[in-house]
Design a protein. Structure first.
Length: 145
Protein backbone atom coordinates (compact mmCIF):
# COMPACT_ATOMS: atom_id res chain seq x y z
CA UNK A 1 0.00 0.00 0.00
CA UNK A 2 1.38 3.43 -0.87
CA UNK A 3 1.62 6.56 1.28
CA UNK A 4 -1.22 8.39 -0.48
CA UNK A 5 -3.61 5.48 0.08
CA UNK A 6 -2.75 5.33 3.78
CA UNK A 7 -3.21 9.09 4.13
CA UNK A 8 -6.60 8.84 2.39
CA UNK A 9 -7.65 6.01 4.72
CA UNK A 10 -6.60 8.04 7.76
CA UNK A 11 -8.31 11.17 6.45
CA UNK A 12 -11.55 9.19 5.95
CA UNK A 13 -11.29 7.39 9.31
CA UNK A 14 -14.04 9.41 10.99
CA UNK A 15 -16.37 8.82 8.01
CA UNK A 16 -15.81 5.07 8.26
CA UNK A 17 -16.37 5.20 12.02
CA UNK A 18 -19.58 7.24 11.65
CA UNK A 19 -20.91 4.90 8.94
CA UNK A 20 -20.15 1.89 11.14
CA UNK A 21 -21.90 3.38 14.15
CA UNK A 22 -25.00 4.08 12.07
CA UNK A 23 -25.24 0.62 10.56
CA UNK A 24 -26.61 -0.61 13.88
CA UNK A 25 -25.94 -4.12 15.13
CA UNK A 26 -23.48 -4.49 17.97
CA UNK A 27 -22.67 -0.79 18.22
CA UNK A 28 -25.72 1.43 18.23
CA UNK A 29 -25.54 4.92 16.81
CA UNK A 30 -24.09 7.42 19.26
CA UNK A 31 -24.21 10.58 17.18
CA UNK A 32 -27.69 10.34 15.76
CA UNK A 33 -31.05 9.54 17.27
CA UNK A 34 -32.05 7.24 14.43
CA UNK A 35 -30.47 4.75 12.11
CA UNK A 36 -29.37 6.78 9.07
CA UNK A 37 -29.13 3.78 6.77
CA UNK A 38 -32.65 2.64 7.65
CA UNK A 39 -33.97 5.82 6.03
CA UNK A 40 -32.33 4.85 2.74
CA UNK A 41 -33.64 1.31 2.82
CA UNK A 42 -36.19 0.86 0.03
CA UNK A 43 -39.29 -0.64 1.61
CA UNK A 44 -40.07 -2.83 -1.38
CA UNK A 45 -36.67 -4.58 -1.59
CA UNK A 46 -36.83 -7.49 0.82
CA UNK A 47 -33.25 -8.72 0.53
CA UNK A 48 -31.64 -5.45 1.67
CA UNK A 49 -28.82 -6.39 4.01
CA UNK A 50 -26.22 -4.15 5.65
CA UNK A 51 -24.12 -7.10 6.79
CA UNK A 52 -21.52 -6.60 4.02
CA UNK A 53 -21.17 -2.86 4.70
CA UNK A 54 -20.88 -3.47 8.44
CA UNK A 55 -18.22 -6.11 7.79
CA UNK A 56 -16.19 -3.80 5.51
CA UNK A 57 -16.32 -0.79 7.80
CA UNK A 58 -15.56 -2.90 10.87
CA UNK A 59 -12.48 -4.27 9.11
CA UNK A 60 -11.22 -0.84 8.00
CA UNK A 61 -11.84 0.86 11.36
CA UNK A 62 -10.41 -2.10 13.29
CA UNK A 63 -7.26 -2.32 11.17
CA UNK A 64 -6.67 1.43 11.32
CA UNK A 65 -7.11 1.63 15.08
CA UNK A 66 -5.04 -1.45 15.84
CA UNK A 67 -2.25 -0.50 13.41
CA UNK A 68 -1.97 2.97 14.94
CA UNK A 69 -2.01 1.56 18.48
CA UNK A 70 0.28 -1.43 17.90
CA UNK A 71 2.79 -0.39 15.22
CA UNK A 72 3.58 3.23 16.08
CA UNK A 73 5.60 4.72 18.90
CA UNK A 74 3.78 6.89 21.43
CA UNK A 75 4.97 10.08 19.73
CA UNK A 76 4.02 8.85 16.25
CA UNK A 77 0.63 7.67 17.50
CA UNK A 78 -0.03 11.09 19.02
CA UNK A 79 0.89 12.81 15.75
CA UNK A 80 -1.29 10.53 13.61
CA UNK A 81 -4.26 10.77 15.97
CA UNK A 82 -4.05 14.57 16.19
CA UNK A 83 -3.60 15.01 12.44
CA UNK A 84 -6.19 12.50 11.15
CA UNK A 85 -8.29 10.72 13.76
CA UNK A 86 -9.42 13.35 16.22
CA UNK A 87 -12.52 15.45 15.72
CA UNK A 88 -10.57 18.71 15.70
CA UNK A 89 -7.67 17.94 13.39
CA UNK A 90 -4.39 19.78 13.79
CA UNK A 91 -1.72 20.56 11.20
CA UNK A 92 1.90 19.57 11.78
CA UNK A 93 2.81 23.05 13.07
CA UNK A 94 0.05 22.94 15.69
CA UNK A 95 1.07 19.41 16.68
CA UNK A 96 4.69 20.57 17.05
CA UNK A 97 3.55 23.36 19.38
CA UNK A 98 1.38 20.94 21.37
CA UNK A 99 4.25 18.44 21.79
CA UNK A 100 6.85 21.18 22.36
CA UNK A 101 8.91 19.83 19.45
CA UNK A 102 10.42 21.32 16.33
CA UNK A 103 8.13 21.20 13.27
CA UNK A 104 10.80 19.35 11.29
CA UNK A 105 11.01 16.65 13.98
CA UNK A 106 7.23 16.24 13.90
CA UNK A 107 7.28 16.09 10.10
CA UNK A 108 9.98 13.38 10.18
CA UNK A 109 8.01 11.35 12.73
CA UNK A 110 4.87 11.78 10.61
CA UNK A 111 6.66 10.38 7.54
CA UNK A 112 8.03 7.44 9.54
CA UNK A 113 4.57 6.73 10.92
CA UNK A 114 2.98 6.78 7.46
CA UNK A 115 5.68 4.42 6.14
CA UNK A 116 5.10 2.02 9.04
CA UNK A 117 1.34 2.13 8.48
CA UNK A 118 1.84 1.36 4.77
CA UNK A 119 3.32 -1.99 5.74
CA UNK A 120 0.79 -2.69 8.47
CA UNK A 121 -2.28 -1.90 6.35
CA UNK A 122 -1.48 -4.15 3.39
CA UNK A 123 -4.44 -6.48 4.20
CA UNK A 124 -6.97 -3.77 3.30
CA UNK A 125 -8.06 -4.22 -0.28
CA UNK A 126 -9.45 -1.48 -2.50
CA UNK A 127 -12.94 -3.02 -2.18
CA UNK A 128 -12.98 -2.42 1.57
CA UNK A 129 -11.93 1.20 1.23
CA UNK A 130 -14.74 2.35 -1.01
CA UNK A 131 -17.68 4.21 0.50
CA UNK A 132 -20.13 4.68 -2.30
CA UNK A 133 -23.36 6.60 -2.24
CA UNK A 134 -25.89 4.34 -3.91
CA UNK A 135 -28.87 6.67 -3.75
CA UNK A 136 -28.71 7.19 -7.52
CA UNK A 137 -29.67 3.53 -7.98
CA UNK A 138 -33.03 4.13 -6.34
CA UNK A 139 -33.98 7.35 -8.14
CA UNK A 140 -36.30 5.48 -10.51
CA UNK A 141 -37.98 3.71 -7.61
CA UNK A 142 -39.02 6.86 -5.75
CA UNK A 143 -42.71 7.71 -6.00
CA UNK A 144 -43.38 10.81 -8.08
CA UNK A 145 -44.81 13.79 -6.25
Amino acid sequence: MDNNTVIKLLADYRSYKFALMNLGGEQEARYTNRNVYAERKPLHISNYNTWYDRERYTRVVGLLESAVDFVLSDEQRSIIRDKYMERNRLNLGEIADKLHKDRKTVSTQHKKAINSLCKALLPISQDYMEINNLDHMFEDLKPSA
